[in-house]
Unconditional design. Structure first.
Length: 194
């Protein structure tokens, strides 16, 4: 099969083409099918889905953080990102990180975790074709809470299990993760016209 030049002017693997009869000779034009279609059951992940996940994750992180900030105004408890950073990096003076640097690291890791989970949501949403992104997002956010705060974080001793922790912090975490998930789903719905 003949090869067609790609946009850079170099030749690539054979491309699907269609023959069109003309009065002088056969003309080769690209066909409507994709030259390298994915295996059955899988779909390629376009950059727009990833960028939508980044935006949705950032918006969800803002919603999550707002709920946590409001909750902390009612009850005085340490925010989990700060507790996690303090647990991972010992408080010994030899680590070189002081209070402000630790807070910046906690915020940065929190935002990174939120954006990363937004991208994962975008991938799952696209690959599974879930309808009702907001409802799926709500379940996703609560699932993140369960895996993180009822599973992984207590299992490594960073925070106690939910039934042994500060009740207000746990209620705030559940509400914040629900807000995160609902916002991620809502943003994905609007961006992808779900």
């Amino acid at each position: 099969m003949p090869t067609l030049p790609n946009l850079s002017g170099t030749y690539d693997k054979p491309t699907n083409v269609a023959r069109v009869a003309s009065t002088d000779h056969d003309t080769m034009i690209p066909s409507a099918t994709k030259p390298h279609s994915p295996a059955a059951g899988s779909r390629p992940m376009p950059r727009s889905a990833i960028s939508h996940g980044v935006l949705a994750g950032a918006a969800g992180t803002v919603a999550h953080s707002a709920v946590m900030w409001l909750s902390q105004q009612v009850g005085q408890f340490r925010q989990p990102p700060q507790v996690i950073i303090d647990s991972v990096l010992p408080a010994a003076h030899g680590d070189g990180l002081r209070g402000r640097q630790r807070r910046v690291l906690a915020v940065t890791s929190h935002v990174g975790f939120g954006i990363g989970n937004g991208m994962l949501f975008a991938i799952l949403h696209r690959r599974q074709g879930f309808r009702g992104a907001t409802a799926f997002g709500l379940a996703y956010g609560l699932g993140l809470y369960a895996v993180s705060y009822a599973g992984l974080i207590p299992s490594v001793g960073i925070l106690p299990r939910p039934n042994r922790d500060d009740r207000l912090r746990q209620l705030a975490l559940v509400a914040a993760h629900a807000a995160y998930g609902a916002m991620v789903g809502q943003v994905m719905s609007r961006l992808s016209h779900d």
